[in-house]
Design a protein around this ligand. Sequence first.
Ligand SMILES: [Zn+2]
Ligand SMILES: [Zn+2]
Length: 234
Amino acid sequence: MRTHEGSTEAKTERSEILDSLKARAVEGHALSCPSPNPRAAPLPSLNPEPGTRNPPPMAGAGGLMKALVYLGPGKKKLDDVPKAALRTSTDAVVRVTRTTICGTDLHILKGDVATVAKGRILGHEGIGIVEETGAVVSRFRKGDRVLISCITACGKCENCRRGMPSHCEEGGWILGNTIDGTQAEFVRIPFADTSLYPIPDGADEDEMVVDESHLTEGQLLAKAREFYSKEQTA
Ligand SMILES: [Zn+2]
Ligand SMILES: [Zn+2]
């Protein structure tokens, strides 16, 4: 409702969520995604051995969905693929209502990102509605509107506890990289409780998805470089 959307409370709530997202997702995004600027030095890979959390779908999964699939350098296809399904009790499946294409996707399509295998569904940002949750997911339930962070965070490993989810030992930038991503009708989100954000009633989805994918990226790239230069001199 327009009245709610314009209320001070709604604006405060929305800006708090965006702030927390910027602090987390952007830090992670800038650190994890390869730089879209070809003149910039590439950032170190944070997940040298990713893909450890890709178990098979749980029993009962089925059906098809549309998704944008990477088929090797220069090749992609909007295809019918098995519908995203729960694989562990901490997963959620989200019906995607908004997604993005970012510079990282263009790098992947050129064949520059070695961790992305042929057959991978692209996309690492998005907004959607929770379709299904694993047995231990407690913060979200079917029907919730959520913002999907490009960074998957277990919330429990040392790096997550230090506030650096982009270095999460079981997550980091894995969506559209080492597990299937958001450029699809449905996406599986591991560690849903710590990798999704609730969207307040009345928030503008277009505004939120743009804020997540673009506004934050540039801001925190500077932070990422500062972080790594400190690490090198430490
Ligand atoms: Zn991106
Ligand atoms: Zn973690």
